[in-house]
Each structure stands twice: as structure tokens, then as C-alpha cells.
Design a protein around this ligand. Structure first.
Ligand code: NAD
Length: 294
């Protein structure tokens, strides 16, 4: 099948590679030409704009940073809705505000374009492996129609409910990940300051109740002092902003989220916004003047 793909960043590039590997033809677009060039090297064809993608493809996937980017790519000048034929399916896999998904869905509906929200979890390693967890909101029939395509990029694809439900699920995921990294950082600073080798702590507890996918992925990065993204602090601040807004809107207080948000804001103010979110450990390292290293 010919699939249009818009947004060829850390996640988009390997997702395109997996679509190609599954035998699809991919027409790719990004505002950064180097990202398009890389996708072309991988076997995709280059498009000139989001409108151009939509004019040539009946299935379009977007993988963009946040709500304003998806709105502009879909609803803006030279955007998807200027080029799309009625019956086109738009699968937005970006992590955006659930309310924005609903707005974009309504604009699509007016043009006869069917949209689902399908954000992902797993980060770059799982985007490369094609084992991402995909959470989907929208019309169940569209989910069923694109299920095999989603599964060429993911290890699971779960239908969560109406439009926006995928992004609500993703916000829950992002709250858990942020708090988990903060908890890991705090606990590993405790053991480091108390004089126990962090690698021994990791080996001793990773198989117990405190063990987690976050711990397995982030402790090796922290102990190596490798904070290359991965998933950037700036993007996680975006998700926590959406989580806090959504929580306030529905009457769900998020006290722990707001605390970790301020830790991330401190790191951003300190110049770490483009670091991996495992750099939450740096918050503790700055306070104590001690590094968590093997
Ligand atoms: P990224 O910043 O690396 O990539 C986003 C891409 O979108 C960039 O290449 C950018 O040039 C492109 N873009 C921006 N505006 C555009 C426009 N108007 N037209 C065309 N292209 C445009 O981000 P990423 O890490 O790939 O993340 C993408 C989405 O996936 C985000 O919503 C993020 O929260 C989510 N996500 C990321 C990870 C991760 O580990 N990186 C994990 C899960 C989910």
C-alpha cells in the first residue's frame, strides 16, 4: 500500500523503515530536508508538502511534536486537508492533547477524511525494533482497517475508545514514566550518597517489585552519564503540560506530576531541555554535587 508519512524525526525515521520493510511504498515529508533525504536513502519517496502527500496517498501517518504542529500540518496552508480526497484515512501517531485530537477530527470530518489518534510508547529503541505499544482512539472500524499497518511498527495496538482516547492513554503513560524516572533518580542518589555502587543496586532490585521497563532503560544511561535523547526533556514537558491541562479540565488533581514538572522546568532553565528525560537524575546530581556513576 502507498502510505504518506509526515514527521521524520527520532521516531518517524525508524517507523518509515519498518513500513518499507513490511512491503509498503512510503511517500515522506518533513520541514527538515536532511530528514527527508535520510528517508529517501532508506527507500521512501520524497514529497514536497503535506498537501502533496495527501494528494497522492489514501492513508497518511503523522508523527509530529505537539498539537500546534499537527493542526498546522493537517488544517493549515498547504496542509493535508487541502490535498486529501474524501475517504482518506489520517492516523495521527504524535502525542498531543486529547482536545486537539477532537478538533482536528472535526475538521477532517468536514472534508470526508477519517481520523484516528494512535500515539505510541516505547521510545526510539522500540520504534527501531518495530515493537512500540500503540494506543488508539476513534472509529473502531478504522482501527480494524489499519491494524496490520500499525502492527508493522508496533508490538501491540490497543483500541482505547473514541477519538482522543489514544492520547488520554498516552498522557497516563507519560505521567507514570516521568514519576518513575524521578523515583529511580531519587533512590539511586540515596544509595550512591550512602556509598553503594549503583550497578549493584540495579542488579539487586531490577527483578523485584521496584523493577520496571523505565529502570531497565534509564539506569544504564544514568550510570554511564549518557543523556543523549531518546526522549527529550522538552517533549516530556509538553506531555506533562497536556496532562496537567487535561487533569484540571476533568477534575483529576495531579500533585506528583506537578512536582516532577517543576523538576523538568528547572532542568530546562539550566539548559538540559534537549537531553534525554533520564537527565532528571541531573536534578539530584546538581543538588548534591554527586554523580550517579558506575
Ligand atoms: P522529533 O522532534 O525528533 O521529530 C518531529 C519531526 O516533525 C521533526 O523532524 C520536525 O522537523 C517535523 N516537523 C515539525 N513540524 C513539521 C511540519 N509543519 N511539517 C512537517 N514536519 C514537521 O520528535 P520525535 O521524538 O520523533 O517525537 C514525535 C512524537 O512522538 C512526539 O509527539 C513525541 O512526544 C512522540 N513520542 C516520542 C518518543 C521518543 O522517545 N522520541 C516516544 C514516544 C512518543
Amino acid at each position: 500500500m502507498k502510505i504518506g508519512f509526515i514527521g521524520l524525526g527520532i521516531m518517524g525515521k525508524p517507523m518509515v523503515r519498518n513500513l518499507l520493510k513490511a512491503g509498503h511504498e512510503v511517500l515522506a515529508y518533513d520541514v527538515i530536508q536532511a530528514n527527508v533525504d535520510q528517508a529517501v536513502k532508506d527507500g521512501a519517496k520524497a514529497a514536497e508538502s503535506s498537501k502533496d502527500v495527501a494528494a497522492q496517498c489514501k492513508l497518511i501517518i503523522t508523527m509530529l511534536p505537539n498539537s500546534p504542529h499537527v493542526k498546522s500540518v493537517v488544517m493549515g496552508e498547504n496542509g493535508v486537508l487541502e490535498g486529501a480526497q474524501p475517504g482518506t484515512i489520517l492516523v495521527d501517531m504524535s502525542s498531543i492533547a486529547p482536545l486537539a485530537s477532537k478538533e482536528i477530527f472535526e475538521a477532517c470530518e468536514k472534508k470526508g477524511v477519517k481520523m484516528i489518534d494512535a500515539p505510541v510508547s516505547g521510545g526510539e529503541p522500540k520504534a527501531i525494533d518495530g515493537t512500540m505499544s500503540i494506543m488508539v482512539g476513534g472509529d473502531k472500524a478504522i482501527f480494524d482497517e489499519v491494524y496490520d499497518i500499525l502492527m508493522s511498527m508496533g508490538g501491540s495496538a490497543v483500541y482505547c475508545g473514541e477519538i482522543g482516547a489514544g492520547n488520554t492513554t498516552k498522557l497516563a503513560n507519560q505521567v507514570i514514566v516521568a514519576l518513575n524516572i524521578a523515583a529511580v533518580s531519587e533512590a539511586f542518589m540515596l544509595s550512591t550518597k550512602a556509598g553503594v555502587d549503583p550497578i549493584k543496586v540495579f542488579d539487586a532490585i531490577k527483578g523485584g517489585l521496584a523493577g520496571s521497563t523505565v529502570m531497565n532503560a534509564k539506569v544504564p544511561m544514568i550510570t554511564e552519564g549518557n543523556f543523549n535523547p531518546g526522549f527529550k526533556i522538552d517533549l516530556h514537558i509538553k506531555d506533562l503540560t497536556n496532562a496537567l491541562d487535561t487533569g484540571h479540565g476533568v477534575g483529576a488533581p495531579l500533585p506528583l506530576t506537578s512536582l516532577v514538572m517543576e523538576m523538568m522546568q528547572t532542568l530546562r532553565a539550566d539548559g538540559y531541555g534537549q537531553n534525554d528525560h533520564s537527565a532528571l537524575a541531573k536534578y539530584y546530581e546538581k543538588i548534591t554535587g554527586t554523580e550517579i556513576r558506575k
